[in-house]
Design a protein around this ligand. Structure first.
Ligand code: ZN
Length: 108
């Protein structure tokens, strides 16, 4: 039999003098440091959105879909949409798309 021991330390001061302190809203175990009295989640979950979903949301944002529309369609907070949109530059600048539209309009 193989067993693993996990030693939790305070995220603020690094002390091992911590104790359980209830649960978070998502059911995760919370802890409280007895040295500095800070509270934290013992094993926080990572990002819950996969990269494909993020790419879809950012693509909608870059296609000038409204923030409210993205929020309703994808169920993501508007602040998250803005944060994801800021991290990635637009694949094509807006003036390039406008020029392509003008060219398409003029050729007809
Ligand atoms: Zn501490």
């Amino acid at each position: 039999m193989l067993s693993t021991t996990i030693v939790h330390v305070c995220l603020c001061c690094g002390s091992q003098r911590i104790r359980k302190n209830g649960h978070a809203d998502n059911g995760a175990q919370r802890a409280k440091c007895l040295e500095c009295a800070s509270t934290f989640i013992l094993q926080p979950k990572g990002a819950c959105y996969d990269q494909k979903f993020k790419d879809q949301v950012v693509a909608a944002y870059q296609d000038r879909m409204s923030i409210r529309g993205i929020t309703c369609t994808f169920g993501v907070c508007y602040k998250t949409v803005l944060r994801w949109g800021e991290k990635r530059p637009a694949s094509r600048p807006l003036w390039t798309r406008c020029r392509a539209l003008k060219t398409a309009t003029c050729s007809n």
